[in-house]
Design a protein around this ligand. Structure first.
Ligand code: RRO
Length: 328
């Protein structure tokens, strides 16, 4: 242990032990509206499976929460391969919302997560308000901490966002899901619009407890030798390091416009603790780690430990004290 930094979870407190001498304990708890999480780092939807696929690399119960890949009411096959293409500062994906459907997930995957004591957030999607409500209707109240309504998948109908640009349509979805479940509802929004601040306001009015910012940026990669798209579906969503400034800007703008009354979860290009600190300073109450997990499946746990170490080094006693500090 000597000379290394390590962290152990003790309730909502992470204690940093460095070279045998104890640095101040950092309170890692964070509130997303009515949901209080013991840690500020979650997995990002679509990057950590539907169940406990990441369990060989870490204890999912140590993370603030685990967000599972978006589920439709019905099973959904997804897009033709190739579904991933590397980009210079990240990657493009067009997975196309592959999933087993809510009923199979509740039957097969949720029990695995419950047995592990995971705080599970379920991402849901649909093509109509009714489909979202149908997905929500299949969810139990127990064993789930929140529903993340994915209003922003770039890989449906060739990137023709059905909801992400439209405050009213987004609000109708959130309203319908809220009327269907007793769970807190978070809304995941898109960077592929100049209306993200408006959409955030509309979903808040409709009863969203938080917004998750941001989903991937629409992109396209072409093989010039063949003239064909590198992804089977054509366009895809860009994620990874290139997305981080986009996410920081979106979080900052939404926090500036709506204040601390609308909790924000930041996601986009987080692979280090300092990246999480940046999103918290911009106004996020928690962060999600996504594409970094493809490089290092232990990334969510490492980012959480690095964030705590970052706070301890700077004398930040509570992660929550960082939230919105760039607005002070
Ligand atoms: O499955 C996907 O292709 C996908 C989804 Br649901 C999403 O929300 N964002 C993304 O980049 N890919």
């Amino acid at each position: 242990m000597s000379g290394r930094v390590s962290a152990a979870v003790t309730g909502s407190l992470l204690r940093i032990v460095r070279g045998g001498c104890r640095a101040p304990t950092v309170d890692t708890s964070t509130a997303i509206g009515e949901v209080v999480l013991a840690g500020p780092v979650m997995t990002a939807a679509g990057t950590a499976g539907h169940a406990d696929e990441l369990a060989p690399w870490g204890d999912l119960a140590v993370l603030g929460a685990h967000v599972v890949k978006s589920l439709h009411r019905d099973p959904w096959p997804g897009n033709p391969p190739p579904r991933l293409a590397p980009a210079d500062a990240g990657m493009l994906n067009s997975v196309g919302l592959t999933g087993p459907g809510v009923a199979a997930w509740v039957d097969r995957d949720l029990p695995r997560l419950r047995r592990r004591g995971v705080r599970t957030v379920v991402s849901i999607w649909g093509r109509t308000v009714e489909e979202y409500a149908g997905a929500a209707a299949g969810l139990p109240d127990e064993g789930i901490v929140a529903v993340e309504v994915n209003l922003s998948c770039p890989n449906l109908d060739g990137g023709r966002h059905l909801f992400a640009h439209d405050p009213d349509a987004s609000a109708r979805v959130v309203d319908a899901v809220r009327a269907t479940v007793r769970l807190p509802v978070w809304a995941k929004l898109s960077p592929n619009t100049d209306r993200i601040v408006e959409v955030a306001g509309a979903v808040r009015e409709a009863g969203a407890s938080a917004v998750t910012l941001v989903n991937t940026l629409l992109g396209l990669a072409i093989d010039p030798a063949t003239g064909r798209a590198r992804l089977g579906a054509g366009t895809g969503g860009l994620s990874g390091p290139a997305l981080r400034p986009v996410a920081v800007r979106a979080v900052h703008a939404v926090r500036a416009a709506h204040g601390p009354g609308l909790p924000v979860i930041g996601v986009g290009g987080v692979s280090r603790g300092v990246h999480a600190a940046e999103l918290l300073a911009a106004g996020a109450s928690a962060v999600q780690v996504g594409t970094a997990t493809f490089v290092d499946p232990r990334a969510p746990w490492r980012v959480q430990r690095e964030l705590v170490a970052w706070c301890a080094r700077r004398g930040v006693r509570a992660v929550a004290d960082l939230v919105g500090s760039a607005h002070a």
